[in-house]
Design a protein around this ligand. Structure first.
Ligand code: PAF
Length: 288
């Protein structure tokens, strides 16, 4: 595996491989890689000849008071894990060069970014959309891989790629969970054992909603919000039943598939950890 730190060197490496007929997979990450990220790398490896993984803690997607400074960083460990999983190129630019303060361009995806995560984290998706656009512009992938854990991000990126006719197919990969059900996230490292235990209310509530799903979106929303509001040690930010593509809230009986999405704060009130999770709700067959 080779490491590149400059956009122009990554572009040359990718173009050289492509000239030899290689297909290119891009896995954008912010590092502190866990089994969820590595599953994206494995998917990319099975589909593509050249797998590029970016590790970049993107300052543009952190708001004031968020954890940009303390976000876990472990580039040497990440490089070892990526080499073990057969990645070919690690792209690790530095923030001053890749996100210069003089840059004047921001990518904004309207509508989709304004509720759910967007309501609590203003500007977050502009930061994500801007950096993903830049990564795709540099790597020109045939496929780019994103996890379903950040489901709204996935919808935003699909929309962005379609609207701007960016190269590459967006490939969604399933959520990877620990044995206790908690979705893997680099931020889980912030939780103590007791806090983590209480955070399990999130996957449990989503699992219960999926098990009880009969197509009644309002009942499912009430059930999800009720379970999270009743849970000890977590504070519910949102609990939503939404269209799986547009993320518009659904009401009444819905025939087609839906997505249940929720966010909670866990851990101490002074420095809580934000956890998000979601689950697919399948189409319900019409009676008769
Ligand atoms: O999901 C992430 O880790 C980030 O939001 C991404 C897509 C790498 C953009 O910085």
């Amino acid at each position: 595996m080779r490491t590149e730190t400059r956009a122009e060197d990554l572009r040359t490496a990718v173009r050289t491989a492509r000239a030899r007929g290689a297909t290119v997979g891009l896995v954008p990450t912010m590092g502190a890689l866990h089994a969820g990220h590595l599953s994206l790398v494995d998917h990319a490896r099975s589909d593509c000849d050249l797998v590029v993984v970016s590790v970049f803690v993107n300052p543009l997607q952190f708001g004031p008071g968020e954890d940009y400074e303390t976000y876990p960083r472990d580039l040497d460990g990440d490089a070892r894990r990526l080499a073990d999983h057969g990645a070919h190129v690690l792209f690790a630019p530095d923030a001053a060069t890749f996100t210069p303060t003089a840059a004047a361009t921001t990518v904004h995806v309207a509508g989709l970014t304004e509720h759910l995560e967007g309501a609590s984290r203003p500007g977050h998706f502009d930061g994500v959309a801007t950096i993903v656009t830049k990564l795709v512009a540099v790597a020109e992938p045939d496929r780019a891989y994103f996890g379903e854990k950040d489901y709204q991000q996935l919808c935003v990126i699909r929309r962005l790629v379609a609207d701007l006719a960016l190269p590459g197919e967006v490939v969604a990969c399933p959520i990877v969970r620990d044995a206790d059900g908690l979705a893997l996230s680099s931020r889980n490292a912030y939780l103590s054992a007791a806090e983590r235990d209480r955070a399990l209310a999130l996957p449990r509530a989503l699992g219960d909603v999926a098990a009880a799903w009969d197509g009644d979106a309002d009942a499912a929303r009430t059930r999800l919000a009720g379970a999270l509001e009743a849970a000890q040690g977590v504070t519910c930010d949102y609990a939503e039943i939404a269209d799986p593509d547009t993320l518009a809230p659904l009401h009444g009986r819905v025939a087609g598939p839906a997505r249940a999405l929720a966010a909670v704060w866990a851990g101490p009130r002074e420095s809580p950890t934000r956890l998000i999770d979601n689950v697919a709700l399948p189409a319900v067959a019409a009676a008769g």
